[in-house]
Design a protein around this ligand. Structure first.
Ligand SMILES: *[C@@H]1O[C@H](CO)[C@@H](O)[C@H](O)[C@H]1NC(C)=O
Ligand SMILES: *[C@@H]1O[C@H](CO)[C@@H](O)[C@H](O)[C@H]1NC(C)=O
Ligand SMILES: *[C@@H]1O[C@H](CO)[C@@H](O)[C@H](O)[C@H]1NC(C)=O
Length: 314
């Protein structure tokens, strides 16, 4: 019997072999060696209740405040914007990654960050290669947690994509929401994008632009937050745009153009290869914070409450 069959059998024996139509609640937490395909997001139709997909994550600072949106890519690998996380990368003590969906079976869905990898050519506050690979100490637990695939489609003008966020960039307009929201945006050409920036924007070859929703209240622009097309991660919210003026396009890093950096970083993390073309942020040396403390921290802040989902059984 092969591995996948025996895994299925074990799941069924544990009475957690759920029919497809009930959505995805996994029988166990992600393990450092969980193969990516076992937890790949199956699209909107596979979500459970108000859960957008277990791959939507947020990064919190040591005080438990929101820093960046992020996407879950592999057991210990998270993708976000380099500009967003860079200011925190020298002192990662207490910086955590938290799932946005939480089932009643879960005791915690937060993980500590070990290191952050930046592309060698990334320059802080510039658009080129604005992507970072966050390496976690341990996987984000949770029965709803999933991975998202990297974009394989060529991003073209007029394509409609979905961006996720909490609205932290939009605080002048209204309070950020405790639950994540989504908004549909339309990709525009680089030419059109440059035209709308009066002061001669130097759009990078790794950037894509999308028109913002007209209503600023629907604008979502939290740095590092995912932009998805169908079931794939095609962009992350990049540097430079804001919700104050939605006539100005939003800028995203084109995941397809930075794919090699991500997969190289992944290989280096998996193989512990020290010769990768990436730069490494300072390693966190102190390991004093306990898991229960991290959990308590994530529990006590009502603003960043996770979406609660009621699974069939634990
Ligand atoms: C966007 O949000 C709406 C309302 O919560 C939901 O029905 C829809 O499935 C979401 N779209 C995606 C792609 O998650
Ligand atoms: C790393 O690169 C150096 C030279 O740049 C080489 O000597 C060494 O063998 C490489 N190590 C690995 C593990 O590839
Ligand atoms: C939680 O962290 C505080 C410092 O922030 C520490 O004093 C306390 O002992 C920790 N609690 C546990 C249960 O580790």
């Amino acid at each position: 019997m092969d591995l996948s069959k025996s895994w299925l059998l074990v799941s069924c024996l544990l009475m957690t072999c759920l029919p497809q139509s009930q959505g995805k609640v996994y029988p166990r937490d992600i393990h450092p060696n969980t193969p990516k395909f076992r937890r790949i997001w199956g699209g909107v139709e596979s979500n459970t209740g108000p859960n957008f997909g277990g791959w939507l994550l947020r990064i919190l600072n040591a005080d438990g405040n929101f820093i960046c949106g992020a996407a879950y890519y592999a057991p210990v690998i998270v993708i976000t914007s380099a500009n967003c996380i860079y200011p925190y990368s020298q002192s990662l003590e207490g910086v955590t990654v938290e799932g946005s969906a939480f089932s009643e079976c879960d005791r915690e869905n937060v993980a500590d960050i070990e290191t952050v990898k930046f592309p060698a050519k990334f320059i802080y506050q510039k658009l080129y290669m604005d992507v970072a690979v966050v390496r976690l100490r341990e996987p984000v637990k949770g029965r709803l947690t999933e991975f998202i695939r990297l974009c394989t489609v060529k991003v073209q003008p007029k394509m409609q994509m979905v961006v996720f966020g909490w609205g932290f960039d939009n605080m002048e307009m209204h309070m950020p929401s405790s639950d994540p929201r989504n908004a549909t945006v339309t990709i525009i050409s680089a030419k059109e994008c440059k035209r709308t920036f009066k002061s001669g924007l130097r759009l990078s070859s790794t950037s894509i632009c999308a028109s913002q929703p007209k209503n600023p209240r629907q604008c979502l622009y939290d740095g590092g937050s995912p932009l998805i097309y169908k079931k794939q991660l095609c962009g992350v919210v990049s540097f430079g745009s804001y919700c104050g003026d939605t006539s100005i396009p939003g800028m995203y890093t084109n995941i397809r153009r930075v794919r090699k950096f991500i997969t190289d970083a992944e290989k280096s993390i998996n193989g512990q290869d020290i010769n990768s073309s990436t730069t490494l942020a300072t390693k966190v040396t102190k390991k004093t914070k306990t898991k229960s403390n991290a959990t308590m921290k994530s529990m006590k802040k009502p603003l960043y409450r996770s979406v609660m989902v009621d699974p069939m059984e634990c």
